[in-house]
Write a protein that binds this ligand. Structure first.
Ligand code: SF4
Length: 209
């Protein structure tokens, strides 16, 4: 069955998603009853992240940059437009920088680039061949393949650029984690479903340089 590409979404962060990166103590010092309510207020620009005294200033700035990002729907007429599976270096990554895997759907790559560039993440971003399907549809159609991930890593000589043989795959592709790990022998971490939260994921996992 072919998935209707107009179903592709950009998965903006939800308050539930964001609250997972907050202290989750529900202490109420921000004026809200819970971290979940606070997260909703942050995402709807009703509250500054810095209002929470439990959050580090740098982390608060990062959340504010994410909240300010444009999260517009993908136009129908560009569905399945592809980009080459070439390694993209964002914000001058060094050999410690993490490797993020994504699909080769042009809009996915454009959005991920904007998120990472505008939040200051130093990473390698690697589109892998999915026939131009977005990650969610590629997984559904079995087009997000371990073999394509491995091919992209090898063809781009990624192991010469990174010290650690470790990659982060999109949360939507979690089901492919074991297949990718078995084929590549690299460590595979599963990132968030919403690409907008990737910077927070990097921060929380000490992958922010
Ligand atoms: S002050 Fe911070 S930790 Fe406390 S409820 Fe608000 S967001 Fe949660």
């Amino acid at each position: 069955m072919v998935v209707e590409q107009e179903m592709a979404e950009i998965y903006p962060p939800t308050s539930e998603d964001l609250s997972e990166y907050l202290p989750e103590t529900d202490c109420g010092k921000c004026g809200f009853e819970s971290c979940l309510d606070f997260a909703e207020a942050v995402l709807t620009a009703r509250k500054d992240v810095g209002t929470c005294p439990e959050i580090d200033d740098e982390f608060a700035k990062l959340v504010e940059r994410i909240a300010a990002l444009k999260k517009e729907p993908i136009p129908y007429d560009i569905m399945m437009a592809q980009v080459p599976c070439e390694l993209i270096e964002i914000n001058e990554p060094d050999e410690n920088a993490p490797l993020l895997i994504t699909s080769n759907f042009r809009e996915t790559v454009t959005i991920m680039r904007a998120i990472l560039e505008q939040t200051g993440a130093r990473v390698f971003l690697l589109p892998t061949f999915t026939h131009g399907y977005s990650v969610d549809n590629a997984v559904h159609e079995r087009m997000f393949k371990a073999l394509e991930v491995w091919k992209a890593i090898q063809e781009n000589h990624v192991s010469e650029k990174t010290l650690k043989q470790r990659m982060i795959i999109p949360g939507m592709a979690e089901s492919e984690k074991n297949a990718i790990r078995q084929l590549t022998r690299w460590d595979v971490m599963v990132g968030p479903v919403s690409g907008f939260l990737t910077p927070l994921f990097l921060w929380e996992n000490d992958l922010w340089f």
